[in-house]
Design a protein around this ligand. Sequence first.
Ligand code: NAG
Ligand code: NAG
Ligand code: NAG
Ligand code: NAG
Ligand code: NAG
Length: 477
Amino acid sequence: MLPLKNIVLCMIVIVTTLTTTIWCLPPHIIFIVADDLGWNDVGWHNDQMYTPNLDKLAKNGVILNSSYVQPVCTPSRNCFMTGYYPFHTGLQHEVIHPLMPGYLPSNFTLLPEKLKTLGYTTHIVGKWHLGFCNKKYTPTYRGFDSFMGYYNGAEDYYTHVRDDGYDWRWNTSIYHPPRNKYSAEIIADQAINILHRVDPDIQPLYLYLPFQSVHDPLQVPERYENIYSNITSKERRTYCGMVSALDEAVGNITQVLKSRGFMKNALIVFTTDNGGPTYLAANNLPLRGAKTTLWEGGTKGVSFVYSENLLSKTGYINTEMIHAVDWFPTLLYLAGGKLGESMDGVNQWKTISEGKLSARNEFIYNIDDIANNAAIRVGKYKLIQGSPGSHNGWTPLPPLMDDDSAKNKTFSGYQLFDIENDPTEHYDIADQCPDTVQQLISRLKHYRTTMVPAHFPNNDKRGDPINFDWVWSSGWC
Ligand SMILES: *[C@@H]1O[C@H](CO)[C@@H](O)[C@H](O)[C@H]1NC(C)=O
Ligand SMILES: *[C@@H]1O[C@H](CO)[C@@H](O)[C@H](O)[C@H]1NC(C)=O
Ligand SMILES: *[C@@H]1O[C@H](CO)[C@@H](O)[C@H](O)[C@H]1NC(C)=O
Ligand SMILES: *[C@@H]1O[C@H](CO)[C@@H](O)[C@H](O)[C@H]1NC(C)=O
Ligand SMILES: *[C@@H]1O[C@H](CO)[C@@H](O)[C@H](O)[C@H]1NC(C)=O
């Protein structure tokens, strides 16, 4: 059953233009996630970067300049899939490590499950990282019609091995892509295969593309690295090449979206999962800090949306506050679905498509009960409780230098920043604004009362790939 607003839209369109059936379908959704992409690592922020395909989409779409994510991988993916902050799902501390029997709890309904009830065909190509110790936590048991990719993180881009275990599957079966093929190409090829199998005029598509690029290990085919031959640092050259490989993959997919007829009725979302690891050649300038930290450099994500038919205002920089949890309700709304429950995410469709004011005025950066730190944003103010992490400086562009100018500084109590006037977090104004500090502390306290404790179990040797023919596998929790 199509929701009422789509039926009405459909009838109006048929009456006025007698056009084809595609207008009756909810839009195709292509959700692209880059891994560990820094703020300063894309062409529209840094003209050293060669990302022509992403630049074109970003500049002709809407650049999201205040789109926040979590400081690390698993928690951000948790947000994209559930619409809930990780401190409500138990995933607020670090990531799911390979031998850790951690997972995204089964009682949360994931976005692809919801979209399936609206008629979507749903596919994931790339990184999962939301648990696999029991097969019920893996993608094809959680709303995806197909999965090609890997369960963990930080594996080799060619051999797909992480810590002696092979990690690449198609649905639930072990799968070996062509030897020596770089993962950005494997992911692009599989995405393109899916685009050839789905008829864009018959069924709406949700294609979730969490690329391996540009997470470490730093590996890239030479032709991409050569684009940056005048950068002196080998690490930075490689990293930048990895970004350009991702860009080419997106370019290839975009071409097929056009030629197959998806683009007439599609939304492309592009976002990083967290800020760049400056200690691994990424760059977040002018932002402070890195991946794993509560600083803006860890949490203010590179992001844009692109569409040929769905955005009424394009070609500008949108500065409204958006958080990773907002994609769930926003995309569900776009698909014609109903939100059955109130969740952390809010529907930002008007913000994104019309440039209206954000549907939120505050968000939680994280509340980590194990690391004992937290941060909250209310309006222009950001309060950090405890230590934001261990990369506290402003990393200069290459040649790489030590970014830890502020490393030995200890952070205790609370810091307050005015992000609107000081987006680079140079001036802690906690002492000057005690009332604001108190207000934000009490908001944070309120959220804390709703927290579930972090689920961060010890490593379990039963998960060791040695027990599964050297393949990371389910069946040990
Ligand atoms: C490399 O040199 C070219 C040509 O001089 C220049 O346009 C480009 O910005 C340089 N790239 C870097 C990374 O410095
Ligand atoms: C986008 O964000 C960056 C980094 O915080 C900031 O320097 C820039 O001024 C923002 N752009 C706009 C148009 O607000
Ligand atoms: C899932 O279960 C946890 C733990 O019982 C609970 O805190 C949470 O509210 C539940 N979430 C949903 C969406 O049902
Ligand atoms: C994976 O699942 C999809 C959708 O059901 C199917 O088309 C594809 O053939 C499956 N692949 C394998 C290797 O089983
Ligand atoms: C993009 O397509 C070209 C032409 O088919 C191919 O040579 C290249 O390897 C592809 N790149 C990626 C990253 O998929």
